[in-house]
Write a protein of this length. Structure first.
Length: 262
């Protein structure tokens, strides 16, 4: 974690010019209204932790106090998850098995009070999120990994599927247009968003499509007609197996064992 030396930049301070955003207890222009904990968390992270650095809950508590970072782990996790709606990427050991328990890494900074008013309409509604995940079979459109699956060759990992934007909000993209949204794992989501490239167009793709051989063209057509990359029968059944309860999966293991061993 960065050991900040010297004065903070002007945007780290509230309108009074002397109070840091994360030191606020009340809104500057609304003295009766408490200043939001998520805003204070975002402000402190923005000006004290650099992308790629890690931090822990004890460090946050020491900097902000228990009033912002309470001891209840789930309460704290909810507040950190809320930051993701504003573009923050904060993976833990659940997302990256190389991280020690209780350690968070800052992969991307999102909105914070120093940038001005909080953007409106940037978050994806739960209804739209469900429609996108159902359409994309809860699999990353880039690498194909499914929610909860380990990445190939990394059995200790567990993929987290999020909703990505083909055109980022900052570049005019919509969070309500299904054509601008797609299922992405966290690993693929951040590099794609950081690249800030315009989505590929049909005109750019056309030469490569026309160069496909007969069998290749038929395979691509079958995927397009199905709406997703087709997998074999076992893959399709496994997608359904993942939605069983833990007890049902254990029972299924016994059924398969008896079938295989007669």
């Amino acid at each position: 974690m960065t050991d900040f030396e010297g004065e903070y930049p002007s945007e780290a301070y509230a309108p009074d010019g002397t109070t840091l955003w994360w030191e606020l207890d009340r809104w500057p222009d609304k003295p009766k209204q408490k200043y939001g904990g998520e805003r204070r968390l975002a402000a402190w992270l923005a000006f004290n932790v650099e992308v790629g650095e890690t931090f822990t809950m004890p460090e946050l508590r020491a900097a902000l106090g228990d009033g912002v970072v309470p001891n209840e782990a789930e309460h704290l996790n909810r507040r950190l998850r809320k930051l993701r709606e504003d573009g923050w990427e904060l993976p833990t050991r659940k997302d990256d098995g190389s991280l020690p328990p209780g350690v968070y890494r800052l992969d991307a900074k999102g909105w914070h009070p120093g940038e001005g008013d909080r953007p409106r309409g940037n978050s994806v509604s739960q209804g739209v999120r469900r429609r996108v995940l159902d359409r994309d079979n809860s699999r990353c459109v880039h690498c194909g990994v499914a929610a909860g699956e380990p990445y190939p060759g990394e059995p200790e990992t567990s993929a987290v599927i999020t909703i990505g934007h083909r055109v980022p909000n900052a570049h005019g993209g919509s969070s309500s247009d299904l054509n601008n949204l797609q299922a992405e794992c966290k690993r693929c989501n951040e590099p794609v968003r950081q690249a800030l490239r315009s989505p590929e167009t049909l005109e750019e793709l056309r030469p490569d499509v026309l160069s496909l051989k007969g069998d290749e063209a038929k395979k691509l057509e079958s995927w397009l007609l199905a709406g997703h990359r087709l997998r074999d029968r076992v893959d399709a059944i496994y997608d359904r197996v993942r939605r069983l309860s833990a007890g049902e999966r254990e029972e299924l293991k016994e059924i398969l064992s008896r079938k295989i061993r007669g």
